[in-house]
Design a protein around this ligand. Structure first.
Ligand SMILES: Cc1ncc(C[n+]2csc(CCOP(=O)(O)OP(=O)(O)O)c2C)c(N)n1
Ligand SMILES: [Mg+2]
Length: 322
């Protein structure tokens, strides 16, 4: 049991230190922008640790570094997306079972439902998990996706990180009725709230929901109650819309301190030591990434490139030889 908790702690500490490094890299001009996951490590690591990486598939938003770490995705390949020169990062979604991350609010939810329908038709036995926020939960697409999944009993887990904010808008102004989980009843599916800062509770709830989905029991909405301890992104200043008392109250519920408190002190120090090495190596490799080939600018835009696009590609190539 202790070993298991140590593993979860290690993943959360790696996620947090990498996250801090990303903010530093943004300040140094290496990353153009970054969306910190500070405070959401238990929700992300706990849920991703519940996945069966042979069969299941995860659909992340722009804030899922902790999930990527827990899924064993190379952080350099993941963070290449934040460099903003590589579309979809450098990891292979079909090998890692982590979709390219999605900056469209609510976007990954529809994708997960589509994947789940494919899994149901193919009989692969896997389930999808989609990440989304409290703000995304009020997008029309998310409601359509939940209803569709409910009608077809699709193997999908709707994992909402209710982190208090949609940029500067508090959750109570996004979620009428106060609960994302309660909406599940309207779609005829399971819904539950979980303490999103309790890593083992999150993992257990997600494991149960995934198992039910794989066994044909249909979708589940899990609403993990957590808190975005940092800014929305590196362009945001949360002091303009929230109080330091609120931040302080949530700092006392820090998911890492909470897990560490039930383990010997040495568990945290060894996790920190390991994380430091991961951060150093990640930073070095990220800085050393070569720019992508310029003509990739024109690739992957359409399946069949259009005539104007081909003209532009030709003009670009000629300009390179000028
Ligand atoms: C379709 C769409 N609308 C608006 C935006 C701008 N936007 C980016 S993040 C965000 C707030 C999302 O809040 P939430 O779903 O709670 O996720 P969080 O950022 O808290 O993780 C908005 C409105 C967007 N990216 N996509
Ligand atoms: Mg939010």
């Amino acid at each position: 049991m202790d070993d298991d908790l140590r593993d979860l702690l290690r993943l959360m500490v790696v996620a947090r230190r990498l996250d801090e490094e990303c903010v530093a890299l943004q300040r140094q001009g290496v990353l153009p922008a970054y969306a910190p996951a500070l405070g959401q490590e238990a929700a992300q690591v706990g849920s991703a640790a519940a996945l069966d990486l042979e069969r299941d598939f995860a659909f992340p938003t722009y804030r899922e570094l902790g999930a990527a770490v827990a899924m064993g995705v190379d952080p350099v390949a993941y963070l290449a997306t934040h460099l903003n020169i590589w579309h979809g990062g450098l990891y292979d979604p079909s090998a890692t079972h982590l979709a390219p991350f999605n900056a469209v609010v609510g976007g990954p939810v529809t994708h997960a439902v589509g994947w789940a329908m494919g899994a149901q038709l193919d009989g692969t036995g896997g389930a999808a998990i989609t990440y989304f926020g409290d703000g995304a939960s009020s997008q029309g697409d998310v409601h359509e996706a939940m209803n569709f999944a409910g009608v077809y009993r699709l193997p999908v887990v709707f994992f909402c990180q209710s982190n208090g904010w949609a940029i500067s808008v508090p959750t109570d102004q996004q979620v009428a009725g106060g609960s994302v989980a309660a909406r599940a009843a309207g779609y005829g599916i399971e819904g539950q709230q979980v303490d999103g800062n309790d890593v083992t509770a999150v993992r257990e709830a997600t494991r149960d929901a995934l198992q039910r989905a794989r066994a044909g029991g249909g979708p589940t909405v899990i609403e993990a109650i957590t808190y975005r301890m940092g800014p929305h992104s590196t362009s945001d200043d949360p002091r303009r819309y929230r109080s330091t008392e609120d931040e302080r109250a949530w700092a006392e519920r820090d998911p890492i301190a909470r897990t560490a408190s039930s383990l010997p002190a040495e568990a945290l120090s060894s996790a920190e030591e390991h994380a430091e090495a991961v951060v150093r190596e990640t930073g070095e490799r990220l800085r050393a990434l070569p720019p992508p080939p310029g003509d990739e600018l024109f690739s992957f835009v359409y399946r069949e490139p259009t005539a104007p696009l081909l003209d532009q590609q030709r003009a670009w190539k000629e300009s390179q030889h000028a």
